[in-house]
Ligand binder design. Structure first.
Ligand SMILES: Nc1ncnc2c1ncn2[C@@H]1O[C@H](COP(=O)(O)OP(=O)(O)OP(=O)(O)O)[C@@H](O)[C@H]1O
Length: 553
């Protein structure tokens, strides 16, 4: 008998019906992937299971028994734990207290809640599943990945029978993802039914037992994981187009030639790279391994060309949080990637460049130094950061799509007197919505009612429309579906072709290899390796990232 049966689920918002009678069955001990494009209805279906949307039609049965799940409390009582895409943590409370929050109702019988005991139990819980977290730190001080891991431990601490994970890996680095899969397999072996939502189709085919595919609120396929591969899934998701994009992206040589006329392929791109003893290939570029080594352009190929003119972005001796100084030059039209583990300081470096985190050192844009750096001044100088955490740092969630895009995009839509041209403004927003495939393509939609992936696209559309000189992108495709991901990659290339200097922080190694000309690898706030992308492959990059981990151990 199935552990979970959702039958005939329908749900409407003011804008109309978004689930049109969905059935979902999960067996005991099964990892069941739920996939679909951005806005297909995955999160809404899981919020119904978590008791967040009581006003739905259809039934939910656990072990064959119909149950009422009309509040989050009822969901917990039935043994359902949901890890939502957008976190539900209390930033001021410590990691341990946040983990304990989920368990407090169970301890209600005790007259007093012993917080020290709760904290100790949280630490034991995290240790049991092998997740390392700073238990005493306020959760608000953790990066997005740390918060994601806290959510995961909190859900596991409830010892659920049914565990839902809505894009748990979108914000995790490769090592953490593997750890999470091991936890999921272990739980499944113990009979827990797991619903797993992800846009990483390769992950789905390796980790899931069965797959349900949603498209625009309808189930369009149910299959065993072995029945198809990632390309087959992409076709099911959004039709053949997306699969074609994906194949095109995969076929793109990672030789730096994809990016821009300003930085054509490295001369050495086709010559066989000599693998260094640890698997990192860097013949043309002896990777400066000292923690303090500046990440200036490496010799040869793309890098030397990039080093020729005035750099779009020049960061000199930037010291962030007492770590070794970082220096970096990015030419107009160049895309430089930053790889590293969670907590390696990538996001902080990007924030420091625009003045959103304290630092010393200098930042120059197109040859002009940015004085007294603040995000607003940086934006005026043409440096935009798209942060990792779209909800708290990027978007005005209560504003419309149009409001958000206009926040920085108005430059091109002003009359000489500085007045906003109505028609130009509408065109600019409509164009951005179309280019980035925001669904629904309605610029009057309040951003808070968009699905997560679509909110991410609004953020990118906004930055692209602002005509930046330098764009710092922190995990730009996290949570974005496969079709839109390929489109975003194309837009990044297009921006580079238009002369924007781009810094791309990503956990997606394929994305880094396909789009960048150079790669910096960071560890605990320092740049430890610089590579010409042309000289490195996926295993090589992975090893460069994990090598620093071993060195640190
Ligand atoms: N609170 C809300 N008010 C109005 N519409 C909503 C609300 N929440 C979701 N929707 C709409 O419901 C549809 C399904 O959204 P949902 O978040 O379930 O998609 P999803 O498949 O999880 O997408 P993603 O992969 O981007 O997270 C979308 O059209 C979305 O705009």
């Amino acid at each position: 008998m199935a552990i979970l049966e959702m039958t005939g689920i329908r749900k409407s918002f003011a804008s109309g019906e978004v689930l049109h009678g969905v059935d979902l069955t999960v067996e005991h001990g099964e990892i069941h992937a739920l996939i679909g494009h951005n806005g297909a209805g995955k999160s809404t279906l899981m919020k119904i299971l978590g008791g967040v949307h009581p006003d739905h039609e259809g039934t939910i049965a656990i072990d064959g028994e119909p149950v009422s799940v009309r509040t989050p409390k009822e969901a917990i009582e039935h043994g359902i734990a949901v890890i939502y895409q957008d976190f539900s943590l209390v930033p001021q409370l410590t990691v341990a207290e946040n983990i304990a929050l989920g368990r407090e109702p169970r301890l209600g019988a005790a007259a007093l809640v012993d917080h020290r005991e709760l904290a100790a139990r949280s630490a034991r819980e995290a240790a049991r599943v092998g997740i390392d977290l700073p238990m005493d730190q306020p959760v608000g001080r953790l990066g997005v990945a740390g918060q994601q891991l806290t959510e995961i431990v909190r859900a596991l601490a409830q010892e659920p029978r049914i565990l839902v994970m809505d894009e748990p890996t979108a914000r995790l680095a490769p090592g953490e993802r593997e750890r999470l899969f091991a936890i999921m397999r272990d739980l499944a072996e113990r009979g827990v039914g797991i619903v797993y939502i992800s846009h990483f189709l390769d992950e789905i085919t390796s980790v899931a037992d069965r797959i349900t595919v949603l498209r625009d609120g309808d189930v369009v396929a149910r299959l065993e994981a072995g029945e198809t591969d990632a390309d087959g899934l992409a076709r099911l998701l959004v039709g053949d187009d997306a699969a074609d994009h994906r194949r095109a992206a995969a076929a793109t040589p990672s030789a730096g030639g994809v990016m821009s006329p300003a930085a054509p392929p490295a001369e050495g791109a086709t010559s066989p790279a000599t693998p260094a003893p640890d698997g990192v290939t860097s013949p043309a570029t002896p990777a400066p391994d000292g923690a303090t080594s500046p990440a200036t352009p490496a010799a040869g190929g793309v890098a030397s060309r990039a080093g020729a003119g005035t750099p779009g972005l020049e960061v000199t001796d930037l010291v962030v949080a007492g770590r070794p100084p970082v220096s970096l030059r990015v030419a107009p039209g160049e895309i430089v990637g930053i790889a590293g583990l969670v907590g390696s300081g990538r996001s902080r470096l990007a924030k420091a460049i625009v003045g959103a985190a304290p630092s010393t050192g200098t930042v120059a844009v197109a040859g002009r130094a940015l004085r007294r750096r603040t995000p607003a001044r940086a934006a005026r100088a043409g440096v935009l950061l798209i942060p990792e955490d779209r909800k708290t740092q990027g978007l005005v969630m209560t504003g419309t799509v149009q409001d958000n895009i206009e926040l920085t995009a108005l430059g091109g839509a002003l009359t000489r007197a500085g007045l906003v041209r109505r028609a130009a403004r509408r065109r600019l927003v409509a164009d951005a919505v179309k280019r980035f495939q925001v669904r629904p393509a309605d610029s009057g939609r309040i951003v808070d009612t968009l699905s997560g992936g679509n909110a991410q696209k609004v953020l990118l559309a906004r930055a692209a429309s602002a005509g930046p000189k330098v764009l710092l992108l922190d995990q730009p495709t996290a949570g974005v579906d496969v079709g839109a991901k390929a489109e975003i990659a194309r837009q990044i290339e297009r921006l580079a072709r238009d002369g924007v200097a781009v810094v791309l922080i990503s956990d997606d190694l394929d994305e880094l290899l396909a789009l960048t000309s150079r790669l910096l690898v960071m560890h605990t706030g320092a740049v430890t390796t610089t590579l010409n992308t042309a000289d490195v492959d996926r295993p090589g990059l992975l090893s460069a990232i994990s090598r620093v981990r071993k060195e640190a151990a």
